[in-house]
Each structure stands twice: as C-alpha cells, then as structure tokens.
Design a protein around this ligand. Structure first.
Ligand SMILES: Nc1ncnc2c1ncn2[C@@H]1O[C@H](COP(=O)(O)OP(=O)(O)O)[C@@H](O)[C@H]1O
Ligand SMILES: [Mg+2]
Length: 227
C-alpha cells in the first residue's frame, strides 16, 4: 500500500474543566489513503467532533503525532497551518460558518479568493460546484435567505472549491432530506473515485456508513475499524 495521505499516531485529547479532566481520546491510530471514504461513528460524546478537529489541525492534541504525506504537522506554525488547511483540507461542520450577508456564489468563491485567485478564476469552478449540488438557481441569493439544507449544500460546495485532498465532514447530511442527502453522497463518491478525494464523514446513518469503504467506531477513547 502506498504512503497514507494522513496518519494519526497515538492521538490523545484531554479536556480540563476547572479541576475535572475528561480524557476523550486515549490513543487513536489512523491512516487515511487517497480516495478513501471512511465513516466515523460512535455514541454522542465519544469524541467524533474532537477527532475531526484534530485531524483538521483546528485543535491541538494532548499527545501523539499527525503526519501529512509523511511530514509532521505539529512542527508547523499557525500561518503554515492556515495555508495547509486552505490548500489541502475541506471542512463541513455542523455550524457551517457561512457568511449570511453574502451570496451563495460569493461564499463558495471565498477560499479561492483568500488563496490569491482572482474573481474570474474562482467563479467558474464555484458555479460548477453549485450546479453539482443543484443550487444553480440560487447562486445570487444571500445565504441567510436559503433553507438549512441549501445552506449545507452551499457549505459543501465551499469545502470543495480548492480541490482538497481530504474532506472532513461532521454529519453533513444531518439537515438534508433523503433526496438531498443522496445527492451529496453521490457527489462525494464520484470525487473520491475521479479525483482521489479522501473523505472522513461522521454520520449516524448506518445505511450511508455501509456504502463507504470502511466504518471507524470511536469507543472508550479508541478508534476501531468495523466492517
Ligand atoms: N472544548 C471543550 N471543553 C471541554 N470539554 C469538551 C470540549 N469539547 C468537547 N468536550 C467534551 O468531550 C467529549 C467529546 O465531545 P465531542 O468530540 O463533541 O463528541 P461527539 O462529537 O462524539 O459527540 C464530550 O464529553 C464533551 O463534553
Ligand atoms: Mg459531534
């Protein structure tokens, strides 16, 4: 097997609330291959969101090591990590952090503009992605005026605009009806096959989990591969 895209070795996370310590991750080992779709499941409070935040370099682990293409991420400074996230990672979290006063198109173009691309360069791919999530009739709408499901699909398009290597998705189909959920899943699946996008998706939907390459379960601070 080729070198994994991302590797997590013995990742630990302890939260301290005053005097109380909560040991959420006790030693998570994980390798993510290019193009691989992984479901992440586990009880509420088992640390799924925490793990995704650590893999996304948005939170610092209490112990362990994170590698991308064989290189350590924990030695990089904040500016280097921000640039790494912009170029290599896509995020869809439950709170999608879209800008409500801006149009769907502007929201989707934003990461590309931040990376230094011009509006002209950013617009084509943004329109293509909004069409892929069936929002081509909503591109000029302000995001604040879109439905929850439309906002979530806008967030997905924004997460994909930079053609990331890994998409980290925290219950991305949660707000979507089954038709929209299937649309999102089919789009991700085709990007995995065509462009070797790797997906780590937290989901409670076991039917969805069954369609992925593997299912990872967080339990008692460890990650187990099931089915
Ligand atoms: N910033 C934080 N400070 C303290 N405790 C936290 C923080 N974030 C999460 N936790 C605790 O860590 C545990 C795992 O949370 P989380 O990663 O959100 O789990 P999940 O996404 O699986 O529901 C929970 O017990 C939660 O209360
Ligand atoms: Mg969570």
């Amino acid at each position: 097997m080729s070198q994994p895209l991302m590797q997590a070795q013995n990742i630990q996370k302890v939260y301290r609330n005053g005097l109380k310590e909560v040991e959420v991750l006790k030693g998570v080992d994980l390798a993510i291959q290019a193009g691989e779709m992984s479901a992440v499941v586990g009880a509420s409070g088992s640390g799924k969101t925490t793990l995704l935040q650590i893999l996304g370099t948005l939170a610092t682990p209490s112990g362990g090591m994170l590698l991308f293409n064989g290189e350590r991420l924990d030695t990089r400074n904040d500016r280097e990590l921000a640039s790494f996230r912009n170029r290599s990672l896509g995020f869809i979290f439950q709170f999608h952090h879209l800008l409500p006063e801006f149009s769907a198109l502007e929201n989707v173009m934003m990461p590309a503009l931040i990376s230094g691309k011009s509006r002209r360069q950013a617009e084509g791919p943004a329109l293509e992605l909004l069409t892929a999530v069936e929002l081509d009739h909503r591109v000029q709408h302000r995001v604040g005026e879109l439905s929850g499901g439309e906002q979530q699909r806008t967030a997905l398009a924004r997460a994909l605009i930079m053609q990331p290597d890994i998409l980290l998705a925290d219950e991305p189909t949660g707000n979507l009806d089954s038709r929209a959920g299937k649309l999102v899943f089919d789009l991700l699946e085709s990007l995995c096959r065509k462009r070797s996008l790797a997906v780590m998706m937290v989901t409670h939907n076991m039917q969805l989990a069954d369609r992925m390459d593997r299912c990872l379960t967080l339990r008692d601070g460890y990650l187990e591969q099931t089915g």
